[in-house]
Ligand binder design. Structure first.
Ligand code: GLN
Length: 307
């Protein structure tokens, strides 16, 4: 398949796409983002790589980090994890508080804010040096030793993180947060602040397309069965109240972030990352979803079978 040509075709088709959306403004550091950035990066099973546009520039991965923290916590505590967080799609916005009260402080899934905050609580309980250990884990998956947290973004989010404060306090009241709330939230904001490029993201998520094995080191990150669980959570919960639409249009497990990044995997075939900071009303990259829809349509690749 000539992926380079396909990328060009997508780029041509997107020229007439005018639902660019808006950069996230509720985190002041992200409001400065340039909505015209666009990158697509593909890593295949055979280790071939294809780039188009702004693929080397690091951006804020935001909620994409939720998959990585979930994987790390799952490795550490195994199935005990599911006592603290569910695996059902929420059908609600990523920062909605509504279900949390009904469900007694047990978040619906690990990819909404409440779920990711519980995962941070688990990591803090389990790790002596959570910040160092986590960034080391991400660097090893990506093969890029320069990946960093961005303090400025974390601080900016902390300054106006009222809703996340509400989440953690509600969960604490139900007994689902063990550590100090400020300590846990600080860690959550740092995870969201990690900066990666499309290239880094596509490489990092490749282990989820390879049954749990990091192709760079050949080390097993997860078992095949555990990988299935993470991929199914991405498919059902990776885009919040747009998860159904993403599966419907794109047909791959994936994850978005309010920095405008999306990463998706096709088991045994490839991992693909897209970046376009303009978001739709659900907080997902508007052009990013369109680009992936065109990509999986042209390549006829989706987890629901050949067309
Ligand atoms: N840091 C963001 C928040 O907590 C992450 C949201 C996202 O990327 N969807 O609101």
């Amino acid at each position: 398949m000539n992926y380079q040509e396909i990328f060009q075709e997508i780029s041509n088709e997107l020229k007439g796409f005018d639902e660019i959306g808006q950069v996230a403004t509720y985190i002041p550091a992200l409001a400065k983002g340039n909505p015209n950035k666009f990158g697509m990066y593909l890593v295949t099973e055979e280790g071939h790589e294809y780039a188009h546009g702004d693929t080397e520039e690091p951006f804020s991965i935001q909620s994409i980090s939720k998959v990585l923290s979930l994987v790390y916590a799952f490795k550490l505590v195994g199935t005990d994890l599911w006592k603290r967080v569910g695996v059902e799609p929420s059908g609600s916005p990523f920062n909605s508080l509504v279900q949390l009260e009904y469900e007694q402080g047990i978040p619906r899934n690990p990819l909404i804010n409440a779920g990711a905050i519980v995962i941070c609580d688990i990591l803090i309980s389990q790790l002596e040096n959570p910040y160092d250990d986590f960034i080391r884990f991400v660097r090893e998956l990506s093969g890029n030793p320069n990946i960093q947290y961005r303090e400025e973004t974390a601080a900016s989010e902390k300054e106006c993180g009222y809703k996340n404060n509400a989440h953690i306090n509600l969960m604490k009241s139900f007994g689902n947060i063990d550590n100090d709330v400020e300590q846990v939230l600080d860690f959550y904001f740092y995870l969201c602040s990690i900066e990666m490029s499309c290239k880094d993201l596509a490489q990092t998520f490749m282990f989820l397309a390879r049954g749990g094995k990091n192709p760079l080191t050949n080390k097993r990150v997860l078992t095949a069965q555990e990988t299935k669980r993470i991929n199914s959570i991405m498919l059902l919960c990776g885009f919040y109240d747009e998860a159904g639409e993403f599966a419907f249009k794109v047909g791959l497990p994936g994850k978005s972030g309010v920095g405008g990044g999306i990463v998706a995997i096709y088991p045994d075939q490839y991992s693909i990352a897209v970046w376009s900071p303009g978001l739709n009303s659900k907080g997902n990259s508007s052009k990013g979803i369109k680009a992936l829809e065109i990509f999986t349509t042209i390549t006829q690749s989706n987890v629901f079978g050949p067309m």
